[in-house]
Write a protein that binds this ligand. Structure first.
Ligand code: NAD
Length: 298
């Protein structure tokens, strides 16, 4: 069993580390947020006061941070991972970040003599809790194979995507579909409600019909239909609207670079921005349903 450093113990990092602990690994965890650190410690993570301390004795280090700038800050500079990890430490960033930041991390890791992978995940907090996340991993295939046994306790699928940064490319395209499907599920759920359909009846039809999707099954936006839905808890965050907005902006930026028209992606980004402007960016992204039923205005 290994000693693993883990930086970023939020909605995803916490349940992911819990699975590594359950698998018998020692996880030395750090988060800037004291409550996040305490929650992870309650599930067996050795809570420490800095990322440098987390790296002590670790043969592998994971980061699970909000955005590119957080990931860069965690790796770079005198307090960063590149300066403080022991030679030979395998470095894996699971955050969803822009391709340019992922490229920088790959290049700087190589210059500092480290093996590095971009390994974003899909499956939400439910997947993180159950250990069924899909990992999409960019980097050298030999390094992916080296990382595989450490990732397995957290994963349902481990997919090598190809060269450096292709994991992030896959994730950005996946999440473009996720958030478009989330909005389509919200629109259909509100319309079904207004046409007099029972929520559970409509849910049971749509999930076995051509309207099925992951956000429909996981985040149905009315309470009492799906156990995992944030609507059951007044849209307490599982995936914040601000992070969803970040992800769809990554897709729009990539679309601009590649001259790809993303008509639906642009509309969904505007909706997530409205959620943020309404002061609900820290709520679950499935709160977009309130834009559809008009309850933000009420
Ligand atoms: P989160 O905001 O819940 O957690 C991020 C944590 O990182 C926070 O606890 C924060 O305090 C900590 N942090 C920030 N900077 C730090 C630093 N320099 N050192 C130590 N800790 C630091 O976010 P999350 O929902 O766990 O998402 C993490 C990443 O995973 C994001 O890139 C997100 O897009 C992606 N993701 C999220 C989900 C989801 O369902 N929530 C699913 C797949 C992927």
């Amino acid at each position: 069993m290994a000693t693993i450093a883990w930086i970023g113990l939020g909605n995803m990092g916490h349940p992911m580390t819990a699975n590594l602990v359950r698998a018998g690994h020692t996880v030395r965890g750090f988060d800037l947020s004291a409550p996040a650190l305490e929650a992870a410690a309650a599930d067996g993570v050795v809570a420490v006061g800095s990322s440098t301390e987390a790296l002590e004795g670790a043969e592998i280090a994971f980061t699970m941070l909000p955005r590119g700038e957080h990931a860069l800050a965690a790796y770079q500079g005198p307090e960063g991972i590149f300066a403080n990890a022991a030679p030979g430490t395998l470095l894996i960033d699971c955050s969803t970040i822009d391709v340019a930041s992922a490229r920088t991390l790959h290049d700087e890791a190589a210059a500092a003599g480290f093996e590095f992978l971009d390994a974003p995940v899909s499956g939400g907090i439910a997947g993180a809790q159950k250990g069924t996340l899909a990992f999409m991993i960019g980097g050298e295939s030999a390094v992916v194979e080296k990382a595989r046994p450490f990732i397995e306790p957290m994963a349902g699928n481990i997919i090598a995507t190809g060269e450096a940064t292709t994991g992030q490319a896959a994730k950005i395209c996946n999440n473009l579909m996720l958030f478009i499907n989330m909005v389509s599920s919200s629109e259909a759920a509100v319309l079904a409600d207004r046409l007099g359909l029972d929520h559970e009846v409509f849910y049971s039809i749509a999930t076995v019909s051509s309207g099925d999707s992951w956000p429909l099954r996981t985040w149905y936006p009315y309470p009492g239909v799906v156990e995992s839905s944030p609507a059951n808890h007044d849209f307490a965050p599982t995936f914040t609207a601000d992070l969803a907005n970040k992800d769809i902006r990554l897709a729009l930026a990539a679309a601009e670079e590649t001259d790809t028209p993303l008509v639906l992606g642009s509309i969904v980004q505007e909706m997530l921005q409205k959620v943020s402007d309404a002061g609900a960016g820290d709520r679950d992204c499935s709160i977009v349903k309130k834009l559809v039923d008009g309850s933000f205005e009420s």
